[in-house]
Design a protein around this ligand. Structure first.
Ligand code: PLP
Length: 394
C-alpha cells in the first residue's frame, strides 16, 4: 500500500543524521562500552521532589483527561515567567501546554504554514527541524550561519531567502552551536521578519543554560509580539525530558487555533505531568541553576583541553549543553571522524553534518557524562585528531 508522500519523504533525500548515535547504541546493546557524547540527555534523572509531586497528583485522581490547553495554574505560571523575562504582557490565553518542545515546533509550523510554503531555519540546526517542517507540508529552507561568525546568523542572508517564505525558525541559545544571538543579531532578525511579513518561531528550550552574555527573547522586540510563537520546555531546564511537557506562547488568536489542533491530535498533556511541571517551575531560579551547573563546568573543561593543542578549534558555547569542535585540520568530514572515533576509541559524538551543511567538518560534543569521563574522552578525541592531522600532512 502506498503511504502518504508527506510521511514517506519526512527525512528528505538524505539520512536522518542519527547514524553514529544508532551505531553507538547497537554497540552498547552488544555489551561494548561506549562513552556517549551524543544526545541532549542529562546524566541525572528527574529530581525526586518533582517525581513526588507527580505521584501525589496522580494518586489524588489526576489520571483522567486533562484540560486540552493545559491546567490553568500551569498556564498562569508560564505566562508570568515569560512576562517577567520579556516585559511583554502575557496571560494564560497566550499559552498552550504541549507534549514537549518538539510538539510545540510541529504545532507552531502547522499553525503558520500552508502546503508548499517555504519555511526558513538557520543552519546548523537541531536535527528534527527539516522533518518537522516537511511534516506540515511546507518546504524547509536552510539559511547558513558561518563558523567564522561564531554561528551568528546574518540578517542579509535571511533577507535573501525570504521570497515565498512564511516563517523563520530560530533557536537561541542554540543547539548544536551554543551560540546566543547578540542584541544586534536579534534586532537584525526582527527587522527582516517585520519587513518581509514573516511569522517568527523562536525555540527557546535552552533559555536557562546561559554561560556568556544574556538571552534575548525576540517576542520582546518592537512589533514582534503579534508575529512570534515562542517555544519553551521543561526538558532541559528541569531534567524532565521524558515527561514531555512544554509550551507555546503566541498571540491569543493563534493559541485559539492551536487548542483546536491539540484537540484533534495529542489531546494535551497528562494532568499529573502538568502538576509536576508546575511544582518544578515553582522551585525557581536556584533549582534551574543547579540543573545547569554541570554543563557550565564541563564546557570549561573542554575549552581548557582544546586550549592546550593546535589542531582542533572550539567554538566556545555561550549557552546550551554542547560544544562544537572544528576538525577541518584533520582533512576529514565530521561524519568520517565521528565513525573513526567510535570504531577506534569507543567514543560517540555527533557529526556536524547531522546538523546541516554549515557544520560540516565539525563534531558536536554533548556535555552529558561526568567530569572525569568527559575529560578522558575529549583528551582522547584531541590526540586522535592530532594523529589524523599529522597523517593528512604527510
Ligand atoms: N529544540 C531543540 C533545539 C532541542 O535541542 C530539543 C531537544 O533536544 C528540542 C527542541 C525538543 O525538546 P523537547 O521536545 O524534549 O522539549
Amino acid at each position: 500500500m502506498q503511504q502518504s508522500r508527506r510521511i514517506s519523504t519526512l527525512n528528505g533525500d538524505g539520512d536522518d543524521g542519527w547514524g553514529v548515535f544508532m551505531a553507538a547504541r547497537k554497540m552498547i546493546d552488544e555489551g561494548i562500552p561506549v562513552t556517549e557524547l551524543t544526545i541532549g540527555e542529562h546524566d541525572i534523572r528527574t529530581d525526586p521532589t518533582i517525581l513526588a509531586a507527580m505521584d501525589a497528583s496522580a494518586r489524588a485522581g489526576n489520571t483522567g483527561y486533562a484540560m486540552v490547553p493545559g491546567i490553568d495554574a500551569l498556564r498562569d505560571h508560564v505566562a508570568a515567567r515569560v512576562q517577567a523575562a520579556s516585559g511583554v504582557a502575557t496571560t494564560r490565553d497566550n499559552v498552550i501546554i504541549t507534549p514537549g518542545g518538539q510538539a510545540g515546533l510541529f504545532m507552531a509550523h502547522h499553525a503558520t504554514c500552508d502546503e508548499g510554503d517555504r519555511a526558513l531555519f538557520i543552519d546548523p540546526y537541531y536535527a528534527t527541524y527539516p522533518g518537522t517542517i516537511r511534516s506540515v507540508g511546507a518546504i524547509p529552507v536552510p539559511v547558513a550561519a558561518r563558523s567564522r561568525d561564531g554561528f551568528q546568523p546574518r540578517a542579509d542572508a535571511i533577507a535573501d531567502a525570504t521570497p515565498g517564505a512564511k516563517t523563520l525558525l530560530i533557536n537561541s541559545p542554540n543547539n548544536p552551536t551554543g551560540a546566543i544571538y547578540a542584541p544586534e543579531t536579534m534586532a537584525g532578525i526582527a527587522g527582516v521578519v517585520r519587513d518581509h511579513d514573516l511569522w517568527l518561531i523562536s525555540d527557546e528550550v535552552y533559555d536557562t543554560q546561559v554561560w556568556e552574555g544574556h538571552h534575548i527573547s525576540p517576542r520582546s522586540l518592537p512589533g514582534m509580539e503579534e508575529r512570534t510563537l515562542q517555544i519553551g520546555s521543561l526538558s532541559k531546564s528541569h531534567a524532565m525530558t521524558g515527561s514531555r511537557c512544554g509550551w507555546i506562547v503566541a498571540p491569543e488568536e493563534v493559541t485559539g487555533n492551536l487548542i483546536q489542533l491539540a484537540t484533534n491530535t495529542n489531546y494535551g498533556v497528562a494532568g499529573f505531568v502538568q502538576s509536576a511541571g508546575l511544582f518544578a517551575l515553582e522551585q525557581g531560579p536556584a533549582f534551574e541553576e543547579r540543573i545547569a551547573a554541570p554543563f557550565r563546568r564541563r564546557r570549561q573543561i573542554v575549552l581548557d583541553l582544546v586550549e592546550g593543542q593546535q589542531v582542533v578549534r572550539a567554538i566556545p558555547a555561550q549557552g546550551a549543553m554542547y560544544t562544537m569542535l572544528d576538525l577541518r585540520a584533520t582533512g576529514m568530514s565530521g561524519e568520517d571522524f565521528a565513525y573513526a572515533l567510535l570504531d577506534k576509541h569507543r567514543i560517540a559524538v555527533m557529526p556536524g553534518e547531522s546538523f546541516g551543511k554549515a557544520a560540516a567538518g565539525h563534531v558536536r560534543v554533548a556535555l552529558t557524562v561526568d567530569d572525569d569521563r568527559l575529560r578522558t574522552a575529549v583528551a582522547t578525541l584531541l590526540s586522535f585528531a592530532a594523529e589524523l592531522a599529522e597523517q593528512a600532512a604527510k
